[in-house]
Design a binder for this molecule. Structure first.
Ligand SMILES: NC(=O)c1ccc[n+]([C@@H]2O[C@H](COP(=O)([O-])OP(=O)(O)OC[C@H]3O[C@@H](n4cnc5c(N)ncnc54)[C@H](O)[C@@H]3O)[C@@H](O)[C@H]2O)c1
Ligand SMILES: O=P(O)(O)OC[C@H](O)CO
Length: 333
């Protein structure tokens, strides 16, 4: 049913997914905004900036020109969340979505100003096409090396979910389906701030007890806000929830975790951000989620402290102290 795909966004995850879809046998086009990077990818089949060890299959057609894209069955959006709406509008204008059967978001974020999910942004720019999400504990570096990985495809339409699942099924890559697109997207965005907190704990040389406490209480917060936003509770206990939370909080690859670790070691946030080209979605996601939690009146003490550290100048150590010195409470509250 789905034979061709266009991957929009040429960072680490977009590069890994363009390769994966090509290995699966789809006819793949790959767009990135940076002409120099895309020319390098086209000529050498390698991205020196993102995933330098991956050799992009020669069948993947690489371009930085949206107008050069042919209509494809599936459009796969993998740009940072803050660029999603603008990118989807450009894709709509250039006609690349004119014959699309499904639009898939692989990005993890919530729009700051409105609290909208990525598929809501894509759907507003390109109306009338079914929407889906690919999410889960999926580090691009490991997918690029074909290390065993599981993911979730969320789509309201069960048949379309299966069609997208088939595209993301390889011997090393196993995907599951769910109809809970809301829960899957909130879960994917929510694990990012907590990975920053996990990194902070490691940067401060706190121990395994601390990390286990943070991850467990993070999950409780994810369930509270995610369900208030309309997600299903079971989604947060699946791959897109606790799976991705653990995969990121304990990861050597995670950019969010790395940002947290450097914060814990005392480096200022603006210096950390300007030292890398890669996106740590948790920095912006923290502000979006904090705003959403306040609007819904959902109690999120851990997120409040991460927000205070990232956006209100609180020191990481003060944030941790504040968390652990709150009034005692029942666990299931
Ligand atoms: N890297 C992973 O392992 C991974 C896994 C799953 C999901 N994700 C999600 O995928 C999304 C993309 O992350 P990534 O890791 O591929 O990115 P990255 O950090 O590796 O690189 C960022 C990419 O975004 C591009 N970009 C920045 N602003 C843009 C704009 N305005 N328009 C178009 N492109 C723009 C940059 O040129 C660059 O190619 C994020 O939401 C991330 O959470 C990443
Ligand atoms: O590197 P991070 O922290 O953006 O995490 C990447 C993926 O979201 C992990 O599933």
């Amino acid at each position: 049913m789905i034979q061709s795909a266009t991957v929009i966004g040429a960072g680490s995850w977009g590069t890994a997914l363009a390769a994966l879809l090509s290995w699966r046998g789809l006819d793949v086009q790959f767009w990135g905004r940076d002409a120099e990077l895309m020319a390098q990818l086209r000529d050498t089949r390698r991205s020196s900036r993102y995933l330098p060890d991956l050799e992009l299959p020669k069948q993947v057609r690489v371009t930085s020109d949206l107008a050069a894209l042919q209509p494809a069955d599936m459009l796969v959006f993998v740009v940072p969340s803050k660029a999603m709406l603008g990118t989807a509008k450009l894709v709509a204008q250039c006609g690349a979505a004119s014959r699309a059967k499904v639009l898939v978001s692989c990005s993890k974020g919530i729009e700051l100003e409105t609290g909208r999910r990525m598929t809501e942004l894509i759907g507003s720019a390109i109306p009338g096409v079914p929407l889906a999400v690919l999410t889960g504990p999926n580090h691009a570096e490991e997918v690029a090396r074909q290390m065993a990985t599981a993911a979730v495809v969320a789509c309201a339409d069960a048949e379309m979910a299966k069609a997208v699942q088939a595209c993301f099924t390889l011997p090393f890559f196993r995907s599951y389906t769910t109809d809970d697109i809301v829960g899957a997207e909130w879960a994917g965005a929510m694990k990012n701030p907590y990975a920053i907190a996990a990194g902070i704990a490691q940067g401060l040389k706190m121990g395994d007890n601390t990390l286990a406490a943070l991850v467990t209480r993070a999950l409780a917060e994810m369930v509270r806000l995610g369900v208030a936003e309309g997600g299903k509770v079971e989604t947060f206990y699946g791959l897109s929830g606790v799976g991705d939370l653990m995969g990121t909080c304990y990861s050597e690859h995670s950019r969010n975790h790395r940002v947290g670790m450097m914060l814990g070691q005392g480096r200022p946030l603006d210096e950390i951000i300007s030292s890398t080209r890669m996106v740590a979605e948790g920095v912006l996601n923290t502000a979006s989620l904090h705003r959403a939690a306040q609007a819904r009146g959902v109690r999120m003490p851990l997120l409040d402290e991460i927000n205070a550290v990232l956006h209100q100048g609180k020191s990481p150590i003060e944030g941790m102290r504040a968390l652990f010195s709150r009034d005692p409470r029942p666990e299931a509250d």
